[in-house]
Ligand binder design. Sequence first.
Ligand code: 3PG
Length: 341
Amino acid sequence: VRILIADALPPSSISAIEAGGSTCELRPELRGDALAAALPGVEVLVVRSTTVDGPTIAAADRLQLVVRAGSGTNTIDTGAATDRGIAVCNVPGRNATAVAELTFALMLSLDRNVPDAVADLRAGRWDKARYSKARGLHGRDLGVVGLGATGMAVAARAHAFGMQVHAIGRADRDAQVLASAESCEVRFVADLAELAQRCDILSFHVPLTPDTRGLISRELLARCRDGAWIINTSRGELVDDDALIEAMDTRGLRAGLDVFNGEPQGGTGTFDSALARHPNVYGTHHIGASTEQAQQAVADEVVRIIGAFADGHLLHCVNDVAHPATDTDTDTERDDRRRSR
Ligand code: 3PG
């Protein structure tokens, strides 16, 4: 199989793929037109953050599989891929722990104002009086929006912190999700509006779809308690920036955000966002999945996906293409995959 890898992948993973008889070309710098120009002859394309749009897919002549080395597939035009019979597979769940850990980094930062405290110390200011003001996380009500692998990892950690976790009840939750939720003593509510009313903190763990775009809206924020916190480590497009800024200015809401509308695609660049600059926001640079552990776990699963493909099977396929599929996913993975379609 001829494979083009248009993002970084560990050398050990490339060796493992080539040991299976495939040839890999590592071109992490490819973007846009250059990516399209490199696609003729390629059968499998592996990407992480790199966008694979319709024109790029149209430039391919032998492409059969796009592997997204992460969970979200919003950077890939899956519709264009489906039209050409090209499978799109993601790697669900493997970076869930890393994202859950960053979720807690943001929550704990908001509670203890760690970023400001560090900045003051670096500027030679001692202010124990200011930084002694914190409510603590224990006993607080956390609403987890999305109970896939990441949401559940957040729920488990929140339970360990003594928080009360709430989530939205859904008739189609499978037994494994319900069992995990029960072990974290998750309380189910009717809908997102009720979740917002009940909780001190809302944390979002949903893929970007037409249903979730703009989910953190003026209407939803109006339901939140004064001083509530919004944590978003999923996709920036969930947020109505103006509405969140208004809620922070007028009702003391605060936010921990790892993702932003219009964030740069590459690793470095300039970024001008009124939301990211707002004093009530502690922001990070879309690094939720970027621990060494998570990147290795994702790369291992990419190797497994390509091995299965070489054997005629698809793992974690998110679009409807006429390929044989071996479905070895767990229920949680299947749930994540369904919701990312
Ligand atoms: C994901 O979709 O898995 C995460 O958002 C990670 O995205 P990244 O690979 O672009 O960091």
